[in-house]
Design a protein around this ligand. Structure first.
Ligand SMILES: Cc1ncc(COP(=O)(O)O)c(C=O)c1O
Length: 395
């Protein structure tokens, strides 16, 4: 199937001003472009509702409504209730804050399980709170042959002292999608919280916090066609009971709100609502079908390119269209510089995911990452394959 049969990609692209430029944006896992609706919502907020909340006057009423709408939208998007949503500047900051809160409820010697598949934003907060509170951190490995999380090994780390199992819903380095329902069930069977990083999965698949049994789920709107912001969905009972650092006059209601310190970026919340509406309009079925076709085209083409090695899952199943590559043994920065000269935007490095990179022996130089989103095209896939081939041949 050609990717264009699954989605009217020309109509999608027409909504993104940035995509009119003659660049191939294959840097999606680092951050996506935004549709005009999102830009307009941010501008409208700053133009018409630039005020703090809960005042008696018009702009304040409008700002208060913007935040309430964002909370409802984020709840729908994460499979949660509005009162379970906390906003923040980004996922990492929210996760540090929430990890500190949980750690204050734990006793020395209690255990946290993290994974070698995760972005460091769901590892370092746990290492730091463990050092502060004398907790033990256990690391679940990946299977290096295909870059997937070893769920059996993870389950083997769980025991009566496990309190948190922190894991990713998809790897931003390799694209692998672990079995979240299985991990959440195992965490709960051990009496632990299931704590998921949904940042990389969000532009590709629906986030289903309640359905998967996740206690905490975090994501970042700038990865799913919105502005820079962070969203945490926290199971209500947990949000009500975790200790939260608050200034005394701040409301404790709704419970998720307890973790919002100070004034949020209202304009980013307006943009987040617009990004979620955009996603709902396109629909995850169309997104998944289009991305799977793009991924198949990329993988088929890659198999014919000499001297390029793929790390991770070889097929289209169980993954996002995020590909980690060794190109001709070249320095990854050289490769992405050559791609940039050909108008192709792609990342190199460790993508702040030292776990999988170390496991694959890539921690010194990193690798090249080609990250596709639903606004990418068959032509862009062909273009990057040709460019990779040219760079590898010149090596
Ligand atoms: C999988 C994953 N988790 C967490 C983060 C951190 O998100 P933020 O930049 O919102 O702190 C990123 C950012 O690249 C990511 O890809």
């Amino acid at each position: 199937m050609r990717a264009s049969e699954a989605l009217d990609v020309a109509a999608v692209r027409a909504r993104f001003p940035a995509l009119a430029r003659p660049l191939a944006y294959l840097d999606g896992p680092g951050g996506s472009q935004v549709p005009e609706d999102v830009i307009e919502a941010i501008g409208a907020c700053l133009r018409d509702a630039n005020s703090n909340l809960d005042g008696a006057f018009a702009t304040s009423t409008a700002a208060t409504a913007i935040v309430a709408r964002a909370r409802e939208a984020a709840a729908r998007f994460t499979g949660s209730a509005p009162e379970e949503i906390a906003f923040g500047p980004n996922m990492t900051t929210l996760n540090f804050l929430l990890a500190h809160a949980v750690a204050r409820t734990l006793a020395p010697g209690e255990e946290i399980v993290v994974t070698d598949l995760d972005h460091d934003a769901n590892v370092s907060p746990w290492l730091i709170v463990a050092a502060d509170h004398d907790l033990v951190v256990r690391h679940a490995p990946i299977r290096t042959e295909d870059g997937t999380l070893d769920e059996d090994a993870l389950e083997g780390l769980l025991g009566p002292r496990t309190r948190v199992v922190a894991f990713t819903l998809a790897s931003n380095a390799l694209g692998s999608i672990p079995d979240a329902a299985r991990i959440a069930a195992a965490a709960h069977a051990a009496g632990a919280l299931a704590w998921a990083d949904g940042v990389h999965l969000a532009p590709h698949r629906p986030l289903r916090r309640a359905e998967l049994g996740l206690d905490v789920l975090l994501c970042s709107p700038y990865k799913f066609f919105g502005p820079h912001a962070g969203v945490a969905a926290i199971r209500r009972e947990l949000a009500e009971t975790l200790p939260a650092d608050r200034v005394r006059p701040a409301s404790e209601d709704p419970p998720g709100h307890r973790f919002e310190t100070g004034t949020q970026s209202h304009e980013a919340l307006a943009g987040t609502t617009a990004a979620i509406a955009y996603m709902a309009g396109v629909g995850y079925d169309a997104i998944e079908a289009h991305e799977t076709a793009l991924a198949g085209r990329f993988l088929d083409g890659l198999a014919r390119v000499p001297r390029v090695e793929l790390y991770g899952i070889r097929g289209v199943e169980g993954r996002t269209p995020t590909f980690c590559l060794n190109v001709g043994g070249l320095d990854p920065r050289h490769v992405t510089t050559e791609l940039a000269a050909a108008g192709i935007q792609a990342w190199d490095g460790d993508y702040y995911a030292p776990g999988p990179m170390r496991a694959l022996g890539l921690h010194d130089r990193g690798a090249v990452r080609i990250g596709l989103l639903h606004y990418n095209t068959d032509a862009e896939v062909d273009r990057v394959l040709s460019a990779l081939e040219a760079v590898a041949r010149a090596a």
